[in-house]
Design a protein around this ligand. Structure first.
Ligand SMILES: *Cc1c(COP(=O)(O)O)cnc(C)c1O
Length: 463
């Protein structure tokens, strides 16, 4: 090959990448100055994106410039410190930088042969996650888009494993005529678990719902009779209150009967990395499968879900794909562990995020965000507003009065732009939900947001 081969093609990247880097830095540097939510005008301007399929090529620099002009303004700024919506994480600087580099690599991590680096980093981070979360070291796992997919993967694996024990091959023979499987969920299970159950053919309405307490924890004393054909779905971190199910009692009861326990630990499972919160999160290590997110509390960036299964052979039996050119090698092949095949190199950002935090940094991130949540709860109570939940980790629910009033205040807080919080309904009460999930949130961010919330709530006319 001539030394100059490809130079012309490669040089096409120069201008456009430099421009994207420049615009990205400008965005990041200005996140603190702008409104946390996008303006109405910025959202309306998105209509300008709708045009017929482009007839001819557009100049690369123009494309990036237009994307920045129309797009950046219409983002919710979760990379700043005052976005408290849903349970959305920010992105650690090193994770973003690694994401850029990995973009240049454009790796497909379906198979080790397609991306040795991508596959190796998956091995490394899956081991690290088990270690950090105190889960069995020999778990098998996969990197998926989100906790919903991770739960789906787990439930399909549980389905296949339990039916296999009953002498039924669900992969080949399907669910029709299969021995029934009972599914047990808590009364405050996340909607994504019900979606995953429905995708897996269990039916979201067919499940047995166990009463939850006032914080949303499944009541272990209300568990139905379990058997070796039961799947029990428990939760580490209720999306509203942050409360964690009593895993020790539930897992012990399930173990005795040979039932499968699946944990939806999208964010709350990470409480296990802190000795201060570990007591809330005991017992989850006794489960059979876990779903969690690295894009929430660990701040690894989107999209980054993780599935872990204690019985690795069961995961591979349900997710393995058979084809002549996919002979299982002696090492872990990513595509035999997830519903999908081709995928981007999610392990890159995870590796960079955990490397940049270390155990101490991850623990500090968890503890700092929980302390911020405590400050929010305290400040709002002092200002005379009702905090609806026991603030055990990073979630706070506050009511500003009757439902219409609470909704009005939330709307005004969003318009004001100092911070961003969403609405929820907790056990019949309308509330504003504050989720402190970003590494970037400082004490000053909390004070500024708290001041805006109380000012707006007091000014809001009752009618
Ligand atoms: C966010 C969340 C989910 C869903 O996570 P995705 O990554 O959006 O799929 C599931 N369960 C709980 C408790 C959550 O907080």
């Amino acid at each position: 090959m001539a030394p100059s081969a490809g130079v012309e093609v490669q040089s096409k990247f120069d201008d456009v990448l430099n421009l994207a880097a420049e615009r990205s830095l400008h965005y990041i540097q200005n996140v603190h100055r702008r409104n946390v939510g996008p303006s109405h005008a910025a959202v309306t301007a998105l209509a300008g994106l709708h045009e017929p399929f482009p007839a001819s090529p557009c100049d690369p620099s123009e494309i990036i410039a237009r994307l920045d002009e129309i797009g950046s303004a219409a983002t919710t700024t979760n990379t700043g410190g005052r976005y408290f919506g849903f349970v959305n994480g920010g992105i650690l600087p090193t994770a973003l930088a690694a994401h850029w580099l990995a973009g240049a690599w454009n790796q497909n991590v379906a198979l080790r042969a397609m991306s040795p680096i991508g596959a190796e980093l998956e091995d490394v981070v899956l081991g690290w996650i088990c270690e950090a979360l105190g889960l069995p070291a020999d778990c098998a796992g996969g990197l998926v888009s989100c906790a919903t997919t991770a739960s789906f993967t787990s439930l399909v694996t549980a389905r296949q494993a339990l039916l296999e024990r009953a002498g039924w091959n669900v992969a080949e023979d399907g669910m029709f005529g299969a021995p029934p499987i009972e599914v047990v969920v808590g009364g405050e299970a996340h909607a994504s678990v019900l979606k995953a159950l429905s995708l897996a053919g269990f039916g979201s309405k067919r499940v047995t719902i166990v009463e939850a307490d006032s914080q949303g924890r499944m009541r272990a004393d209300k568990l139905p009779k379990l058997s070796e054909r039961t799947i029990v779905c428990i939760q580490a971190g209720n999306v509203n209150t942050g409360a964690l199910d009593p895993a020790t009692e539930i897992c012990e009861a399930a173990k005795k009967q040979g039932a499968w326990v699946h944990v939806d630990g999208a964010f709350g499972l990470w409480a296990r990395v802190s000795p201060k919160y570990e007591h809330l999160a005991r017992g989850f290590e006794q489960a059979d499968s876990w779903a969690t997110d690295a894009h929430k509390w660990p701040n690894a960036g989107y999209d980054s879900g993780v599935v872990l299964v204690k019985d690795g052979a069961a995961l591979r039996a349900s997710m393995g794909i058979r084809a002549a050119y996919l002979e299982p090698g002696s090492r872990r092949e990513p595509l035999h562990h997830t519903p999908g095949s081709s995928r981007r190199a999610r392990g890159v950002e995870l590796w960079a995020a955990f490397k940049s935090l270390g155990r101490s940094g991850l623990r500090a991130l968890i503890e700092r965000t929980c302390a911020h949540a405590q400050r929010f709860a305290h400040g709002l109570r002092e200002a005379g507003f009702e905090v609806l939940n026991d603030v055990v980790i990073n979630q706070v629910l506050v009511s500003f009065g009757v439902p219409e009033m609470t909704r009005k205040v939330i709307e005004r807080i969003q318009e004001d732009g100092t911070c961003w919080c969403g609405v929820t309904v907790w056990q019949g009460k309308t509330a504003m939900r504050i989720s402190v999930s970003s590494w970037a949130t400082t004490e000053a961010d909390v004070e500024r947001s708290l001041a805006a919330m109380t000012r707006i709530a007091r000014e809001c006319p009752a009618k």
